[in-house]
Write a protein that binds this ligand. Structure first.
Ligand code: KG4
Ligand code: ZN
Length: 338
């Protein structure tokens, strides 16, 4: 079964073509990030205007790269939320139009579910553990979704079954990376920049809110404020940006890893999967791998290109979660959650 997946929840315009939920035949990602850099964050109006221009060429390029004609697509999938309303509308309306004109089934996918299923895509870099055989995550699964807008821990007994164990009570992990980067004078998006400059040299002890609490929720606002105050403080003069970035990254990764492993242990998970832009962070990946191996729980994480927003993950999710919808009725839902 060949599914074409459309992803336009934020600034990306992406179309993936995936066979049987695993084999990526094409995954074209076009981002308008350069246009937003000077504003220090995504400008929704600018993102949507770019997506209107890009959606048709990106669909055409995905067909060309995969050598698949639109007529040979078995189903159209689209992430219909959560996200920016203008951006979501472009993808949703394009998917509805394609489904109607090709007389194809239409599958609606929650963007966050897409991040989970990026782990089912065949990808040489998809498994973090040392084993040579690329295997699929085994149920029951604990999934950690960490992106610019979300930080969620999910328990899955089987496909399409999501039990929300905990979420952030304030800022999302990616949002905090972006904010800390901004106060350190680094460009948007901040996560990769923090990772790039982070260097040991610190002994700065940033707080790890809620790390020991007996629940699976997160709170990052206190950590963010602490870093911001530290930077504004005179101490900044004797501490390098690199050391601050390193200690901040260490604190946030410590919280994410501790809570995820605690959940995996409690729910007797056979696999841990991670997804979302922050999952591209190497320090997070290496810490999870190291500590997960002590518990003998394999950790799955998509390659960096499949960690951030892309159409292939939407097509993969659609293969496992066949949430067929009427093209005349589907609507974007900015507030969709697990
Ligand atoms: O999943 P995503 O591409 O878009 C959303 O659905 O939000 O995630 C974007 C977020 C941004 O906050 C970005 O700073 C963060 O992911 N990010 C990273 C890294 N790469 C992207 N955070 C930490 N380390 C990275 N290497
Ligand atoms: Zn995302």
């Amino acid at each position: 079964m060949v599914i074409l997946g459309i992803e336009t929840t934020c600034d990306e315009t992406s179309v993936g073509i995936v066979e049987n939920g695993r084999k990526v035949l094409a995954n074209v990602v076009s981002t308008s990030i350069q246009l937003h850099k000077k504003y220090g964050g995504i400008v929704p109006e600018v993102a949507a205007r770019e997506q209107v221009k890009l959606i048709v060429p990106v669909i055409a390029q995905a067909c060309q790269e995969s050598k698949i004609n639109l007529d040979d697509i078995d189903a159209i999938a689209v992430s219909h939320g959560p996200g920016l309303v203008g951006s979501l509308l472009i993808g949703v309306e394009a998917a509805k139009t394609l489904a109607l004109s090709l007389d194809s089934p239409l599958i609606a996918i929650n963007h966050l579910v897409g991040h989970v299923y990026a782990n089912w895509l065949k990808d040489e870099g998809s498994q973090l553990t040392q084993r040579k055989i690329i295997s699929l995550p085994q149920f029951p699964i604990v999934a950690m979704i960490v992106s610019g807008g979300h930080t969620d821990l999910i328990f899955m007994k089987y496909h399409s079954d999501y039990q929300l164990l905990g979420s952030t009570r304030d800022d999302a992990a990616g949002e905090v990376f972006d904010k800390v980067a901004r106060v350190l004078g680094l460009p948007y998006p901040g996560g990769p920049e923090i990772e790039r400059i982070a260097k040991l040299g610190g002994e700065i002890n940033f707080p790890r809110p809620m790390i020991s609490e007996n629940n699976f929720d997160f709170s990052f606002a206190g950590l963010k404020t602490s870093v911001v105050n530290f930077v504004k403080d005179s101490l900044f003069r004797v501490r390098s940006k690199e050391a601050i970035a390193y200690e901040f990254q260490k604190a946030i990764v410590d919280i994410l890893v501790t809570k995820t492993l605690k959940a995996a242990k409690k729910y007797q998970a056979r696999s841990i999967v991670v997804g979302g832009g922050v999952a591209a962070n190497n320090f997070l990946r290496s810490q999870l791998t190291a500590q997960g191996s002590l518990l003998k729980i394999p950790i799955y994480s998509p390659s960096k290109t499949l960690s951030v927003d892309n159409g292939a993950m939407i097509a993969a999710a659609a293969f496992y979660e066949k949430n067929f919808v009427d093209p005349l009725k589907l609507q974007a839902n900015t507030q969709l959650h697990f």
